[in-house]
Structures are given as structure tokens and as C-alpha cells.
Design a protein around this ligand. Structure first.
Ligand SMILES: Cc1cc2nc3c(=O)[nH]c(=O)nc-3n(C[C@H](O)[C@H](O)[C@H](O)COP(=O)(O)OP(=O)(O)OC[C@H]3O[C@@H](n4cnc5c(N)ncnc54)[C@H](O)[C@@H]3O)c2cc1C
Length: 219
């Protein structure tokens, strides 16, 4: 494996957990991941009156979507994050509408699953886009959880990009997805909702890596 600075790293087994780039890394390793990472940007605001929120204010999740929708989260610094929405990012690291990478965008548009999501969920997507371009619409979504909030209470904050694994048939993967080949283990989806499961999952990946070494006669 060659890193960005040209260093060549040799290993008997490769564990790929490259987030937004994990499907590309799988293909670079010669494996077919069977999924495509479709990047969705989640835009946030900071609440100017954090005293309105003591803990977390979450909506009831819609089981049809891995996206939770706008919610309010008090951080350990006492600030309150409001968001995210979920809009298609025009690059894997497309943290703003202005970041466009034609090659990556073509990769997303060339994946049949992307079109299936668009057909199935266009109504939901249109709402998300509206909340991206209209602060008033975003505020309305927040007010459903916290009626006291006004547009003036929301200050723009940095966005995040979610690495959404999408199957060819348009399924939005919402559970762990780990694929293996004889010398490679690809972590293709690692939802945060189950962050408390990180250690057991790490252990499972490590066990699989040791199993792969055994199969190669190394242990
Ligand atoms: C706005 C937003 C909202 C979200 N909402 C939810 C939610 O409601 N529910 C839910 O379950 N999940 C949600 N997620 C997703 C969840 O946070 C991620 O799926 C999870 O954190 C991904 O963990 P990871 O370890 O796979 O990837 P990451 O934490 O992204 O780690 C990948 C690492 O690989 C490195 N890397 C990438 N490419 C390379 C390379 N070529 N070579 C070397 N290193 C590389 C990166 O620098 C990074 O350190 C959300 C994410 C965002 C951004």
C-alpha cells in the first residue's frame, strides 16, 4: 500500500476503516465492496441561547431513514448544536455547496442506488434541501422541538459529511457492514448510534484479522 507521501507500507492483512473513502480503498485493494459511499452533508447551527436546552432534545426516529433529522445537542463545552439536515454533498469532503469534485460526483451519479434513493425519497430530500437554503424553514423544524427558538437564535456552524453506504438497490445501510477477503477486512458502515458497541466491534474486527493471519499460516 502506498500512502499519500509515497511511503510503501507492507502488511499481511489490511483493515480498511477509511470512512468517507472506505469503498474506494476496498476497490484499490482489488475487492468489490458491493456498496457505494454516497456523501450527505449535515448542516448545523449553534444556539445563541444555550440555556434553553439542558440535555438532548431528539425527535422520535423514523425507521425508514438512518437520518435522525434536526435535533438539539448540548456539548461538553455547554454550547448547543442544532441540526443536522441531510443534503447531497457534491464531493466526498464537500463541507459546503461550493465544494464540487466532478469525478466524485460522477461516481455518485453513476451508482444505480443513488437514483433509486432519489426516486424513493425525493419528497423527504426536497424538504432537506429547502431547510439548507432557507434558514426560516430550518428554524421551523427546530421550533417543532423547541417552540421558543427564533431565526435570530441560530448562528451558522461548521457542517459534517456523513459517509452513507448505499447498496445497488438503493438501500440505505443502517447497520454495521463488514466485508472480508482473504487478506483484507473492510469496515464499510459503522453507524454512530451504536458507538457504545465500538469496543466489541473493534474486538470482532481484530479477531477476524487474526483469523486471516492464521489462515495464511502466519500464527
Ligand atoms: C452530520 C453527520 C450526521 C450523522 N448522523 C448519524 C446518525 O444520525 N446516526 C448514525 O448512525 N450515524 C450518523 N453519522 C455517521 C457516523 O458519525 C459515522 O458513520 C461514523 O462516525 C463513521 O465512523 P468511521 O470510523 O467509519 O469513519 P471516520 O470516523 O470518518 O474515520 C475514518 C478515518 O479514516 C481516515 N481516512 C480516510 N481515507 C483514508 C485514506 N485513504 N488513507 C488513510 N486514512 C484515511 C480519515 O482521516 C478518518 O480518520 C453522522 C455523521 C455526520 C457527519
Amino acid at each position: 500500500m502506498r500512502t499519500a507521501d509515497g511511503t510503501v507500507v507492507r502488511a499481511r492483512v489490511l483493515v480498511n476503516c477509511a470512512g468517507l473513502h472506505c469503498d474506494r480503498v476496498a476497490r484499490l485493494a482489488g475487492d468489490d465492496p458491493g456498496v457505494r459511499i454516497v456523501p450527505f452533508r449535515g448542516e448545523y447551527y449553534e444556539l445563541a441561547r444555550p440555556e434553553l436546552v439542558r440535555g438532548l432534545v431528539y425527535p422520535v426516529p423514523d425507521p425508514a431513514f438512518p437520518f435522525l433529522g434536526v435535533h438539539l445537542t448540548r456539548g461538553i463545552d455547554g454550547g448547543v448544536h442544532v441540526g443536522p439536515n441531510a443534503v447531497p454533498a457534491l464531493a466526498r469532503e464537500g463541507y459546503a455547496w461550493s465544494v464540487v469534485r466532478p469525478r466524485e460526483l460522477a461516481g455518485t451519479l453513476g451508482w444505480p442506488g443513488s437514483w433509486r434513493i432519489a426516486r424513493r425519497h425525493w419528497r423527504y430530500g426536497a424538504g432537506e434541501l429547502h431547510r439548507s437554503v432557507s434558514k426560516r424553514a430550518f428554524t421551523e423544524a427546530v421550533r417543532r422541538l423547541l417552540p421558543e427558538v427564533t431565526e435570530a437564535d441560530l448562528r451558522a456552524a461548521p457542517a459534517g459529511v456523513r459517509a452513507q453506504a448505499v447498496l445497488r438497490d438503493g438501500t440505505l445501510v443502517d447497520d454495521f457492514l463488514i466485508r472480508e477477503a482473504p487478506r483484507t477486512i473492510h469496515v464499510l458502515n459503522a453507524p454512530s448510534r451504536r458507538r457504545t458497541a465500538s469496543l466489541p466491534i473493534g474486538r470482532r474486527v481484530a479477531r477476524r484479522a487474526l483469523g486471516a493471519l492464521e489462515a495464511l499460516g502466519v500464527r
